[in-house]
Design a binder for this molecule. Structure first.
Ligand code: BES
Ligand code: MN
Ligand code: ZN
Length: 488
């Protein structure tokens, strides 16, 4: 989708007109024909300027007006970046029904941030996860495809255009992340994921390190190797580095389970087919790395993605095994479905001991318990550093990617001690507070690094979609972390 800029309407083109409540059309901006039509519609109350109301499509007799969609933005004093993003998605969805590939949108004045958010909403709202249709279904989709959007407003300065461009970059890479999360595990297997990371590194000239299975064995990364035992594809720990500043690195770690069958503790079949989502953390890290260079982010950022399947096989790791992790700490396996923490523990220890990090932030679809607690909109946020938590909470507010700070208590930490080994991968008391207990387990591997853990099991694969989402991979976390890095 290309975005163009203009300061004048063209009533022959399929056009969306957006106005705040109580505003009237403007002759200079809307042109005479459209101006009269809009103001008549307002007068006769066929144009309702309340927020999110998409009012009418018309072919107006005796004028050049072809297809017009009138939409309200509500009260100007309530307008915000969030509203701009949300309502832009509404516009694009309504515009799809116009069967037009080239759409004009006439906007009331927007601030720079609102312009960025609005652009994000248009591109995110246009996302379609059905990438594998053929024949008639595909043809129908092609017919409704919007190829060009012309944004029309009073004035286009350099700054305004730059913000639209920025919103475009960000949204395209959120959509990229959604595609990775939504990809079927046969189409995006371990090897394909490695190739994807490698190509991002090459394109953006990032340093790329692939710790493949042989190297994992040499380094004694026992956690990820245990989880990988049942898989037909060997595991990888991938490392991307963007050296945008001379400083200690901010390390981003993403859980990359290509498919989580549960392993020997096999998951029930009801929703197992969704478990290709379990690499959403790693996909988010790749989405962020797609943007660091494009947005010229002057920070030193290292991304780590441990990648494997959690498969069931005669060679799979079993409950009751004791695994020696990269840290040297031993872990009793009480449930092979608690595999995320077993691959993250090696990545966290690597980050905290080999990299001298400024901060570590890991992102993982780690626990169903986090969804039980918070649902699909909020991620769980855990950590050991108040200042880092505050910064992430601020970015969550800025980007409307919400999260809730949850505790790691002494009781949680005690519950993760092993009977015969240092730790257990499942609580030794009961199964409540599952997301705090998982976080308490991870805490053993960060040493004294400033660390935050984002459990995005709910929002990364949503069933409560926002206006600019569909019920599937959301790309949650990309906008959040980009905002965090920009405001650091
Ligand atoms: N990948 C799952 C968590 C998950 C569940 C993410 C549903 C998204 C949707 C994780 O590996 C897992 O299986 N966690 C277990 C942990 C338990 C065995 C301690 C869970 O949540 O049940
Ligand atoms: Mn699991
Ligand atoms: Zn998992």
């Amino acid at each position: 989708m290309t975005i163009k800029f203009s300061t004048k309407a063209d009533p022959i083109k399929p056009t969306v007109v957006a106005l705040f409540e109580k505003d009237q059309a403007d002759k200079a901006l809307h042109g005479k024909t459209l101006h009269d039509f809009i103001n008549t519609s307002i007068k006769h109350k066929t144009f309702n300027q309340e927020a999110s109301k998409v009012c009418s499509t018309h072919r107006v007799e005796k004028t050049r007006i072809q297809k017009i969609l009138l939409t309200g933005f509500g009260k100007e004093k309530d307008w915000s970046e969030k509203n701009a993003r949300d309502m832009a998605a509404g516009i694009i969805k309504a515009a799809k029904g116009m069967e037009a590939s080239d759409i004009h949108i006439i906007l009331p004045h927007q601030s720079l941030g609102e312009l960025q958010a609005l652009t994000e909403g248009l591109i995110l709202g246009n996302y379609d996860p059905a990438l594998h249709k053929t024949g008639k279904d595909q043809e129908k989709k092609d017919k409704n495809k919007i190829k060009t959007i012309t944004l029309i407003t009073n004035r286009w300065g350099k700054d305004h255009k730059a913000m639209v461009e920025k919103g475009q970059h960000i949204a395209m890479m959120v959509n990229y992340t959604r595609n990775l999360v939504n990809a079927p595990p046969n189409m995006l297997d371990i090897d394909a994921f490695v190739a994807e990371a490698k190509s991002i590194a090459k394109e953006n000239k990032y340093t790329f390190t692939d710790i493949d299975k042989k190297k994992l064995e040499k380094m004694k990364m026992g956690g990820i190797l245990a989880v990988n035992q049942g898989s037909t594809h060997p595991a990888h720990m991938l490392i991307l580095e963007h050296k945008g500043a001379d400083e200690d690195p901010i390390v981003l770690i993403g859980k990359g389970i290509i498919f989580d069958s549960g392993g020997v503790n096999l998951k029930p079949s009801g929703s197992m087919h969704e478990m290709h989502l379990d690499m959403a953390g790693a996909a988010t890290v790749l989405g962020i790395f797609q943007l660091l260079k494009k947005l010229n982010i002057k920070r030193h950022v290292i991304g780590i993605t441990p990648v494997t399947d959690n498969a069931i096989d005669a060679k799979s790791y079993r409950p009751s095994e004791v695994i020696t992790t990269y840290s040297g700490k031993t872990v009793e396996i009480k449930n092979t479905d608690a595999e995320g923490r077993m691959i993250l523990c090696d990545a966290l220890h690597y980050a905290s001991t080999d990299l001298k990090p400024q901060y570590i932030i890991d992102m993982a679809t780690l626990t169903g318990a986090c969804m039980v607690a918070l649902g699909y909109r909020n991620a769980g946020l855990f950590g050991n550093n108040e200042e880092l938590i505050k910064k992430i909470e601020q970015s969550a507010k800025n980007t409307d990617e919400p999260l809730c700070h949850l505790p790691i208590t002494d009781v949680d930490e005690k519950a993760m001690k092993g009977k015969v080994a240092d730790l257990a991968n499942l609580s030794n008391t009961h199964n409540y507070a599952g997301s705090s207990r998982a976080a308490a387990f991870l805490k053993n591997f960060v040493n004294d690094s400033k660390w935050a853990h984002i459990d995005l099991a709910g929002p990364a694969f949503t069933k409560d979609p926002k206006p600019y989402e569909v019920s599937m991979g959301s790309g949650y976390g990309v906008r959040l972390i980009i905002d965090f890095l920009e405001n650091l």
